[in-house]
Design a protein around this ligand. Sequence first.
Ligand code: OSB
Ligand code: MG
Length: 385
Amino acid sequence: MLRIDRITLREIHLELKEPFRISSGIESTRRILLLELSDHDGASVWAECVAAALPNYSPETIDTAWLAIRQWLAPRVLDRPIDNPSMVHDLLGENIRGHNMAKAAIEMGCWGLEAVMRGLPLSMLLGGTRSLVPTGISLGIQSAPERLVERALAALAAGYRKIKIKIQPGQDIAYARAVRAAIGPAVELMADANAAYSIDDADHLAQLDDFDLLMLEQPLGADELLQLAELQRRMKTPLCLDESITDVRRARDMIALGSGRIINIKPGRVGGFTASKAIHDVCQAAGVPVWCGGMLESGVGRAYNVALASLPNFSLPGDLSPSARYWAADVVDPEWTMNADGMVRVPREKPGLGVRVDVERIESITVRRETFGPSRVSVPTPAAL
Ligand code: OSB
Ligand code: MG
């Protein structure tokens, strides 16, 4: 049984090796929200909230998540006996709408804490079965197709099992054509539009059918399940939903309406592991493949994603790039790596997250910190920080 008696939030800043551009914005320095959850018996674990600095991908930001955790979510779990982490999803959901990424950070932290306390690898606690998971790379929008081709060829040489290219109106068909021509027919290639198009673009998007894409991710807006179903009827390429799938009901809707044929599961987007597992199971029963998406996580968030991706229906390569693809130095030891075949090892021998968190380094890049305890008294950031 868990009884959390302290939650500390920290904002750290990590410089990306190169800016990451998607249709809805660009990220150069990742503002990352990390949590440390401590049980009353002394065990503790790190977790990550994947919200970004701006509400361009989802309505949340790291600032709204901080507020939601301080005001509503931390008080729900602090000093409350928790028999099993699978209870936490409903506990956080009752009369608190939205804020999935804030909820997920706490919910996943509870799974992490349970794994630490039971001495079990997180992957095993979740029911993961794989010890190696395939990884793809997500390539940001480049200034010209040739730049993207260079990146794609380098990624292939490094061993990645899937190439995902970001697209937006004006930087789409020619980019996909150039990359497909360069990498040949056998490599798994896909595109992600991050909701940049409307159903009026259906004929335009259908040109992508020529490039034998594994899938087209989130071409239309998050709420446009009916239009997505229409687009799917007009395209051969399978559609994959990311932003649209915020809980298991949306996954069922997608399947019932035919709005897509694949789901990108990001545990942060759906409120944590319980919802991720529910979506995984619904999709498995319906024959819909899933894969684990990424949100430019630090090595802390990556530990949770890798554990999730070890579940059986994660049958397509995830956005689980090694630490060195994003950062000069990650905040975990060992850093996340992949082998020459693009496989990431799931830490199934070590308890908990399977990586050591470098607290000294985190301390050195912390720009704000706040601790919540059972007394509901919060300790604001010291002036020195
Ligand atoms: O749509 O999958 C996305 C990053 C930020 C916001 C949205 C997305 C992404 C990625 C990055 O594609 C994947 C990664 O973490 O490597
Ligand atoms: Mg996406």
